[in-house]
Design a protein around this ligand. Sequence first.
Ligand code: GDP
Ligand code: FE
Ligand code: FE
Ligand code: FE
Length: 194
Amino acid sequence: LIFKKTYSPLSSAEIIAKEKANMDDKRFQHCVRVSETSRKLSKLNNYDEDKAALAGFVHDYAKQVPVEEYVKVIKDQDFDPDLLNWNRAIWHGIVGTYFVERDLKIRDPEILMAIRRHTTGDVEMTTLDKIVFMADFIEPGRDFPGVDEARKITYANLDKGVGYQLAHTLSFLIEQRNKVYPRTLAAYNVWSTK
Ligand code: GDP
Ligand code: FE
Ligand code: FE
Ligand code: FE
């Protein structure tokens, strides 16, 4: 694992070390697989491979940051106070970029946007947003009913993959009687028909 292009004053090795220190091994291995899958998807969609591999690697950097720390950052850094009604599933993308910038010194707006959108998707998504969003869903460690179909669809057509994932997530949330974040629903309405 190595990131040749620099999007941070930190070296590739330093970023990897910080990432490892910020999460358990299971989450770290997921991030490695999302990085590799992002690379593969970027090849298929003519995107900068090294940039996608880095974005995929750091997408869950803040997944295990303590809840109290998130609450403090949301309040102190002027995030939308409505975020306080949600949880780490929603925070680790939208607010997670705060920690990525602070700790990993990554300031590239495209990478930060892809992290921001990786859980909920959004009505508008860049190629990098879609790559990270889909790599997270279909990386080889994922195992849920429909994952093979999701892989097939995504490798054939990235946009259709996005629609598949959003429909799948929405069904799952409703089945669990879980709250739907408005952006997840708005994204579904755009991408479900592509
Ligand atoms: P992970 O970080 O690799 O586990 O994957 P994600 O960042 O994609 O998703 C984290 C969790 O957020 C998953 O369990 C999703 O079901 C959940 N999630 C996605 N959208 C929503 C939403 O609109 N509302 C709620 N409550 N959870 C959501
Ligand atoms: Fe995530
Ligand atoms: Fe995701
Ligand atoms: Fe993830």
